[in-house]
Design a protein. Structure first.
Length: 134
């Protein structure tokens, strides 16, 4: 995988700003387990002006995998806007929306429990703060 990553870096040097290269690099980084780096490349691919719904869908799924549900919903909504009859995009958008609404419910429940803390001072407050960042 290391040599493939090196080759993709060389491809980016040869064709800077090429959305296909950026997208393929994002896929490779994802396979290597480097999700944060894959997100960087996927974002770059979507910012090139190429309106490929697949690039948006991939970015949305990377965001979903990293727990960034609001950003996943945004990217998947854009993918579905570009390809409105794509059932796979719709399914993935629904999953991201469900995850986002689940996080909202969990945050609300934790806020309600803050005043009942016993034995773990500040734990619930830190947990809510952690969940809010996501």
């Amino acid at each position: 995988t290391g040599s493939a990553i090196w080759a993709m870096q060389q491809a980016q040097n040869i064709a800077p700003g090429n959305a296909i290269v950026m997208h393929q690099f994002a896929l490779l980084l994802e396979r290597a387990g480097r999700i944060d780096d894959a997100i960087v490349q996927a974002v770059k691919a979507t910012q090139t002006g190429v309106s490929n719904p697949g690039y948006r869908q991939h970015l949305g799924m990377l965001m979903y995998r990293s727990g960034r549900y609001a950003e996943a919903v945004s990217a998947l909504t854009e993918a579905l806007r570009l390809s409105p009859h794509n059932g796979d995009f719709r399914y993935k958008l629904n999953a991201a929306q469900d995850a986002l609404s689940g996080m909202t419910v969990a945050k609300g429940a934790m806020r309600g429990k803050q005043s009942l803390e016993t034995g773990f001072p500040g734990f619930a407050r830190r947990l809510v703060k952690f969940l809010t960042v996501r």
